[in-house]
Design a protein around this ligand. Sequence first.
Ligand code: NAD
Ligand code: MG
Length: 384
Amino acid sequence: MKKITILGATGSIGRSSLDVIANNRHAFKVIALTAGRNIALFEKQIRAFRPEVVAVADKKTADALSKKVKNIDILSGPGGIKEVAAYHKADFVISSIVGAAGLIPTIAAIEAGKTVGLANKESLVMAGEIVMKKALKNRVRIIPVDSEHSAVFQCIGSHRPSEVRRIILTASGGPFVNRTQKELANITAREALKHPNWSMGRKISIDSATLMNKGLEVIEARWLFNMKPEAIDVLIHPQSIVHSLVEFKDRSCLAQLSMPDMRGPIAYALSYPDRVEDPIGGLKLHEIETLTFKKPDHKTFPCLSYAYRTLREGGTMPCVLNASNEAAVHAFLGSRIGFNDIPSVIRKTIDKHAVNRGSSLEAVLEADRWARETAENHIKRLEK
Ligand code: NAD
Ligand code: MG
């Protein structure tokens, strides 16, 4: 029986993870959970899965929760979440907090020797080198939960790294795949949140609409699979059936296909190297009929190019990309800036950044703080 901790249990990935566990109670047991502030849902999850310890975002939320559930340790704040991430009885930690808030808990799980099922791509974007070095040092396996990276992980299988020529990440293209830049100018948050194939959290839904999600995933792939940026390509594939491909040195390609449902890659990460019995239902290629692929439009969706640029520049640049994106997406969701302002805020922030190449966690956290402040100044100017 694998004992599982879920960081971000009330989110889209957290809920799908609990669903996989509920359908496979013979194999997995929830031992610890964390959430932000959604205590109504968290209370139900605690009652259904009976974890030994939980943590929430702040003390006020913890106090409110303690009135509803008894006989359980409730911790709070970043310190409490970090403690739960390292909880000694867990074998496996699903890292599915959204954004930069996921970095420190992910590192805590690695340092405590837990196998990590990684959904929080932002931790690798911010500090890929640091996180992968810590995993190596602590002999911890990081198993991708992101569907594209799960696909690549499955395709590489037992092939030697030297046999891999190229990784091709697929992207649905989001809800605006065929729009012009002019048409994007007046898009509302509501329209941008409607993803054609996947139901996801708010931040990643906007990232999918701007193609920044794919940019973050290129950086994630660079670190997970130790690939050079020029060996990672992106193809728009609106049907989201081929989750990614690996091209080997003999030019043979392997791809992984399934219905677009995150419970698939979550189940694979949880059960690796085994597989779970039918977590999402079968693929009906005869109903889908057509699978199409095309190159991304970098001009209309510049965020993807910014990700490649920051990856080439290295050091704290990708962290600045991530933080300025988080600030810009937050401002867009709050109707403070327009859709096309998201890339412009990011561009202005990365242009201004004096890269720090010393790879310490302190440098990363300082770059994150600087980028949020700088991005916020750009946002304020756009509001006027
Ligand atoms: P979400 O917004 O639905 O859920 C986020 C979770 O994190 C919630 O439980 C929330 O309470 C918690 N949280 C947020 N801020 C917090 C903070 N400061 N402290 C503690 N907890 C906090 O997000 P999601 O869509 O589930 O995405 C989670 C992560 O998984 C992201 O990094 C995303 O990029 C990645 N991911 C998501 C999907 C998907 O289909 N949703 C697919 C691939 C990767
Ligand atoms: Mg993905």
